[in-house]
Design a binder for this molecule. Structure first.
Ligand SMILES: [Mn+2]
Length: 155
């Protein structure tokens, strides 16, 4: 199973489209909010509501069922930054999810805490830690995860 993960696109739909074209073999395209688009303009991605998504009706959270693994998706802006990781892990455990996909921080992060893998792809607009913008390719096979952060190279 191949899953493409983006976040905080902030209107750069052309970047989402290019990534989707590069990975047409993916099973899921997940965006963690603040695309500032709508269901139609971000296709084939599906998203959750970010704090800048004023003009659409994305759900606040989603649970994606990938067979043996479940993914909890949220923008995560309701958390104070000092409590974000712990709050997301608690929520994931409560929902029976092994992976959390989140955004809002504009800082890429992959981290495992108590059996829950947190994945933030950073932003496709700008990263606050000044690392190159990019997205994540997550491959899941027999409960083994491979997570790669791919820099987005502007055409
Ligand atoms: Mn945000």
């Amino acid at each position: 199973m191949k899953i493409i993960i983006t976040s905080d696109v902030h209107g750069h739909m052309d970047r989402l489209k290019r990534i989707a074209l590069l990975h047409q073999d993916a099973d899921f395209f997940l965006d963690a909010g603040d695309s500032e688009g709508n269901e139609a303009s971000i296709k084939p991605f599906i998203s959750v509501e970010g704090n800048n998504d004023y003009f659409q009706s994305f759900p606040k959270t989603r649970v994606i069922d990938c067979g043996e693994i479940k993914i909890y998706m949220t923008h995560s802006h309701e958390f104070f930054s000092s409590q974000r990781e712990e709050g997301l892990v608690k929520k994931a455990i409560r929902l029976g999810c092994q992976i959390v996909v989140y955004g809002h921080t504009h800082v890429p992060l992959v981290k495992e805490i108590r059996g829950v893998t947190l994945i933030c792809p950073g932003s496709l607009y700008y990263n606050r830690d000044r690392t190159p913008i990019g997205y994540v390719v997550l491959n899941i096979e027999n409960q083994n995860m491979n997570i790669q952060h791919i820099p987005y190279v502007k055409p």
